[in-house]
Design a protein around this ligand. Structure first.
Ligand code: SF4
Length: 281
């Protein structure tokens, strides 16, 4: 596969310069390198500027409601765990309204890849403070400055049991592509939090700001949880790369009913629905 094989006829409607363009490019390049088959892949989105990816990637796609990307992904995996399920959404969707699902999917080690386009603002609704906005950040909803400390998604993922945790940057496409490939190849829950400049509404966390703050994790052992916690806590400079990785059975591995074959391939012609309902009532 080539990245352009995943193109659709839809043209992205993002603002010129939006970080989502770099992420879309990295995702398509990663899909091509990982040789993802269109008919065996589903992109699940929620609601927000970052939730249009299924319209621009030629695989199966599902637009869920706000914050519910992961429950939809879990349903897909339980129905047919042969599918590659890739979740893409924003920080408001995943770390705000979807926070509970985020934690539970990680502690279960659901075998999906979750790419969070983290622009530290609500872009689609024209610029309000999001769960990852910095303290003091002035927006329409916090004209006197945000009084809340931000969510730290990497630290939260470590505490919640995610088995692959990485962070990338929309302005470093080849590096991000390689992180996404690692996430796609990981068996279990993989989080790739991506710093994504919102050029229209976030005039603080710009490409220049990130270029000044970011550095690549090089001498870091992703098996070392304590070191990962320390790296996740850094704020003066912000590391990108793989923070943590471990091998563990997935949620799907633990379900006996799908151990031989996916639910969708099982023969239920002999099942009498009325008897089943009676038994459960
Ligand atoms: Fe991108 Fe921000 Fe425009 Fe949304 S509002 S498309 S996040 S630049």
């Amino acid at each position: 596969m080539k990245p352009e094989d995943y193109n659709t006829q839809n043209k992205p409607v993002w603002c010129p310069g939006c970080g989502n363009f770099g992420i879309l490019m990295a995702v398509k390049q990663a899909f091509a390198k990982a040789d993802l088959k269109k008919k065996e892949t589903v992109v699940v989105n929620g609601i927000g500027c970052s939730d249009k990816y299924h319209q621009y990637i030629d695989t199966y796609g599902f637009e869920s409601i706000h914050g519910r990307i992961l429950p939809v992904a879990m349903g897909l995996r339980l129905a047919n765990h042969k599918l590659k399920v890739v979740c893409i959404g924003g920080d408001g969707d995943g770390y705000g309204i979807g926070m509970c699902h985020f934690i539970h999917a990680m502690r279960r080690n659901l075998d999906v890849t979750y790419i969070v386009c983290n622009n530290q603002i609500y872009g689609l609704t024209t610029g309000q403070t999001s769960p990852t906005s910095e303290k003091g950040f002035e927006t329409k909803s916090t004209p006197n400055g945000n009084i809340e400390p931000p969510v730290n998604p990497i630290a939260l993922a470590l505490a919640s049991g995610a088995t692959f945790i990485a962070r990338g940057f929309a302005g470093e496409v080849p590096y991000l592509r390689d992180l996404i490939i690692e996430g796609l190849n990981h068996k279990g829950f993989s989080l790739i939090d991506v710093f994504q400049p919102c050029v229209t509404f976030n005039h603080k966390n710009t490409y220049e700001w990130f270029n000044d703050k970011l550095y690549k994790l090089e001498d870091h052992d992703p098996k070392d949880r304590d070191a990962a916690v320390a790296k996740a806590s850094e704020t003066d400079k912000l590391p990108i790369g793989i923070f943590y990785r471990e091998e563990k059975p997935t949620y799907e591995d633990e379900i006996e009913q799908i151990s031989r074959k996916p639910l969708v391939e099982q023969d239920i012609s002999g099942v009498k629905m009325d008897d089943l309902l009676d038994e459960l009532s």
